[in-house]
Design a protein around this ligand. Structure first.
Ligand SMILES: [Cu+2]
Length: 512
């Protein structure tokens, strides 16, 4: 349990003790009675004390303020203002090609050039003057529906903007909470599937309790014509979207967005707040941080908090605020706990925590590299990219194959290829493997069942089909396997794998 949590509880009981009256700390002469209360003595916790203040009659004060907008994973600073203001938000829609995975490009439609779009932070009672610009190079009209706005379409009916045009509308933020915004131009699902969503935080007048780090993480899924990680330009696939058959499920719009050097960070002893959104368009997220427990979750982005949560549901078009203290150094993996999405569709991010060990709380090493496979930056280090470049040598491809082998095959055949006697046959010096590379390719694509004999030892088990692997990935893995552990050195090419794939019958369950 975090110190922050205890403080919050303390402040809460104080408030209860005082009969819920929030005494004002002096009076700001610029405010009249119907307007915002000045800062309460103690920062009122949002936790279980939902702000129910009626702000409909609040008038904006002072000069209009230009909103600070940030791209993920950054969040604008907390609002240090005790009066309602007019806040100007300038959004530009940009349609642009960006990597969705290593070597895979996708044409995203964005609010402000990033997926998710820029983070907006306002105060309950603020009046937001919203400007939407559609870049002249864009092909599509767009608009915006802010779930934080009360009014027809959440702004969508007032913000339809053709390429080369700009529009403006104004709304008052009546309710505190964390809200999704998204494009709502037909076909709406397609605009959202192309990345047109983001978060707007409406802080309660008293603000949120202070934490050390705040980050912006938003899930969304993508539907491409090619399969997962198939190289090149990948267009949107409408049929897959209708069938909710996502090719990628991602945090912050690309596989690399929150891993390796892009991981979010914290130090031991700090409190972390994640503003978590889900753009969908179709899937509900089971948001989880491996190795952490959320001290609080403001479920669905509302103002009432649940405590001690392992996994929280974030609906499509919804949000949640999660808070936790980090005690132990190491890498914490953010996942959609619908696990095939995490390990086979990309829904994986990292929080890297530095600081002193607390052996009394946790004794072990860091995460097992096998667990996150080729997503571990210390394993990958650009080798996958290198192997994909034209003119990549056999060694380059074997290096990429090694990364994939460790992430995919080593759980059973072991890191050193020796297998486990009687259970998993060896790949090291395997007579069965070395006898026929085409057969080995077929085994990886389709799996293998039934009795076999490897180096004089009988095996009768099941190897599942490795349907998630592309032709070049299989070629690289086998090139690695054949070039190590005393094997025969066959160079398995992508073309060879493609040939075997097209000429062998796929058993049920191995189809792709
Ligand atoms: Cu749009």
């Amino acid at each position: 349990m975090s110190e922050h949590y205890l403080k919050t509880l303390l402040a809460m009981s104080l408030l209860l003790f005082m009969g819920c009256e929030q005494p004002a700390e002096g009076t700001d002469s610029t405010l009249t009675k119907t307007e915002a209360p000045t800062k309460p003595v103690a920062k009122a916790p949002v936790l279980d004390a939902p702000s129910s203040v009626d702000v409909r009659d609040w008038e904006p004060k002072g000069d209009p303020i230009q909103a600070v907008l940030t791209s993920p994973p950054e969040v604008p600073p907390p609002i240090d203002r005790d009066y309602p203001a007019k806040v100007i938000v300038e959004f530009e829609v940009v349609e642009k090609k960006m990597p969705i995975s290593e070597g895979v490009e996708y044409t995203f439609w964005t609010f402000g050039g990033s997926v998710p779009g820029q983070f907006i932070r306002v105060r309950q009672g603020d009046t937001i003057e919203f400007h939407l610009k559609n870049h002249p190079d864009n092909k599509m009209p767009h608009n915006i529906d802010l779930h934080a706005a009360t009014g027809p379409g959440g702004g969508a009916s007032s913000s339809f903007t053709a390429p080369g045009k700009q529009t403006q509308f104004t709304f008052k933020a009546l309710n505190a909470g964390l809200y999704v915004y998204h494009c709502a131009t037909a076909p709406v699902g397609m605009h959202v599937a192309n990345g047109m969503y983001g978060l707007i935080l409406v802080e309660p007048p008293e603000g949120l309790p202070k934490v050390d780090r705040e980050y912006y993480v938003m899930q969304g899924e993508f539907y491409t014509v090619g399969k997962y990680r198939e190289e090149g330009d990948q267009p949107f696939d409408m049929q897959k979207a209708i069938e909710e058959n996502a090719t990628y499920v991602l945090f912050n719009g690309s596989e690399g967005a929150l891993v390796g050097d892009n991981a979010i960070t914290a130090k031991t002893g700090e409190t972390v707040r994640l503003f978590v959104g889900n753009g969908g368009p179709n899937l509900i997220s089971s948001f989880h941080v491996i190795g952490e427990i959320f001290d609080h979750v403001y479920q669905e982005g509302g103002t009432r908090a649940q405590t001690n949560v392992q996994t929280t549901i974030v609906p499509a078009g919804g949000a949640a605020i999660t808070e936790f203290a980090v005690e132990i150094p190491g890498t914490y993996i953010l996942v959609d706990h619908a696990l095939f999405r995490a390990f086979n569709k990309g829904a994986l991010g990292m929080l890297k925590v530095e600081g002193d060990e607390r052996k009394d709380i946790y004794s072990g090493k860091q995460i097992d590299a096998n667990y996150i496979g080729d997503k571990d930056p210390t394993l990958s280090d650009g080798v996958v990219e290198k192997a994909r470049s034209t003119g990549a040598s056999k060694d380059d491809r074997a290096a990429a194959g090694k990364v994939l082998y460790q992430g995919t095959c080593s759980t059973c055949h072991q890191v050193n290829g020796i297998g486990i006697k009687g259970v998993f046959p060896p790949l090291a010096k395997s007579d069965y493997l070395n006898a026929d590379p085409d057969r080995a390719i077929q085994i990886v694509i389709n799996g293998l069942t039934g009795p076999i004999n490897v180096n004089g030892e009988p095996y009768n088990s099941v190897m599942p089909p490795m349907s998630q692997l592309n032709d070049d990935e299989i070629a690289n893995i086998l090139t690695y396997v054949y070039s190590t552990w005393g094997n025969k050195g066959a160079d398995v090419t992508k073309a060879q794998v493609a040939k075997v794939r097209s000429t062998t019958k796929r058993p049920p369950g191995a189809a792709h």
